[in-house]
Design a protein around this ligand. Structure first.
Ligand code: GMT
Length: 386
């Protein structure tokens, strides 16, 4: 198949999933065209069958705002026409589903054009934050309902989409996935020694440090843990809440027991050095960062929220608590750090769940058959071409 993948390039789950999907599909023999404003972080080395198409959004004195929706639509039309795309797969509703819809209508209005099917994958904040916002809700609902196929990354996000927007179209749940070969625990003693020079236990958090991730709660949890266990905290990532987290670590007198490592291209060496992963998010449609940690045999302590209970099995691969229950999360971290049998069981279960439910070789074929199903289904009214 010839598939266009539209995604954000910035660090964030939806761009990572879209790019990894593109790479995996290209390896399986499909022709993949990634369309984004910048080359996505995970694009990596040359993969035969995978190409990148940049979206340029020129500024112009009359515009007060960048016209990304229009330049993206324009680029989708150009790529679809030149490459005769079968499918345009939009990751994240805003504005990608809208751009894909507009592009399809424009192509349908050209007698010679092949009209691709539009599939939208909803990732989380596009529904739970933006879709729920009255400034965007109508456009998000329209983009979803006009797609030829819609997927969500968890059952929880499917429920949220129906509840928030009342959409009537069928939604398929296709969970996120991970390359379990690349993402496997590979401890390097020198790294561990550098990060925990006095034999401390290591707690880790990886995110884009947006408000929804509650990075200050991570610091608070760690402060409670450190009062009981000789430990250190690794904070990996960057974003709007970084300063608040640093300030809180200082105010709590945590000194160099909290290390802020900034954005990292490869987190496997860090996850492989750590003992427990903490994710006290306010919302999480899936929690790709938790899955990456689980693949590296890390037990996860997280919020019982959104799609996290579908990924992290409470009492099996980690522990889930109400988002406000920081004492409970700290107690679970302490338990994992101090009771070796509990840790070993949870670590093994984490890897097992990642391998058996979320490995790329299990999930990517599900996307392939979904594409085929949508391509074979009769075109809706919105698809009628000349
Ligand atoms: O909020 C983020 O972390 C970024 C966002 C994105 O779309 O880039 O992440 C969402 O999509 C990820 C991939 O499907 C999910 O793993 C995250 O749980 C989800 N984030 C939220 O729902 C807050």
């Amino acid at each position: 198949m010839r598939i266009g993948i539209v995604c954000y390039a910035s660090v964030g789950g939806s761009g990572i999933v879209a790019t990894e999907l593109g790479k995996a599909l290209a390896i399986r023999g499909h022709e993949i065209h990634v369309i984004s404003s910048e080359m996505p972080v995970r694009f990596g080395d040359y993969t035969p069958g995978l190409s990148f198409h940049r979206v340029e959004t020129p500024s112009y004195p009359v515009f007060r705002e960048p016209q990304y929706l229009l330049s993206l639509t324009n680029r989708i039309v150009q790529v679809a026409r030149a490459e005769r795309l079968d499918v345009v797969h939009a990751h994240y509703a805003i504005p990608h589903a809208t751009a894909a819809y507009l592009a399809r209508q424009m192509l349908a209005a050209t007698p010679t054009s092949r009209v691709p099917r539009v599939i939208t994958t909803l990732h989380g904040t596009d529904i739970t934050l933006l879709g729920a916002d009255r400034s965007y809700s109508e456009t998000v609902r329209f983009g979803i309902e006009q797609s030829d196929g819609v997927t969500t990354v968890s059952e929880s996000l499917k429920r949220d989409t129906i509840r928030e927007l009342g959409v009537k179209v069928p939604i398929r749940v296709i969970p996120n996935f991970i390359d379990c070969e690349l993402n496997r625990r590979h401890p390097v003693p020198e790294i561990r020694h550098r990060l925990a020079p006095h034999g401390e236990k290591l707690v880790i958090h990886v995110s884009n440090f947006r408000k929804v991730k509650r990075v200050t709660a991570v610091v608070e949890i760690f402060s409670k843990v450190r009062a009981k266990v000789n430990s250190r905290l690794l904070m990996v990532g960057d974003g709007p809440e970084l300063d608040d987290a640093m300030r809180l670590a200082k105010a709590l007198g945590l000194g160099d027991s909290v290390q802020f490592l900034g954005e990292q291209d490869r987190v496997v060496p860090l996850l492989s050095a750590a003992d427990v992963f903490v994710l006290p998010s306010a919302q999480e449609s899936f929690g790709l960062a938790a899955l990456e940690a689980m693949a590296c045999e890390l037990p996860v302590v997280a919020s019982k929220i959104g799609g996290l209970p579908e990924v992290v099995e409470h009492g099996v691969s980690g522990f889930l608590h109400a988002p406000h229950d920081l004492d409970g999360m700290a107690e679970s971290v302490v338990r994992l750090l101090t009771v070796p049998e509990v840790h070993a069981r949870a670590a093994a279960a984490s890897r097992h769940i990642a391998e058996t439910r979320y490995a790329d070789d299990k999930i990517v074929p599900v996307y392939e058959s979904y594409y085929r199903e949508i391509l074979e289904s009769p075109a809706g009214v919105q698809l009628q071409s000349h």
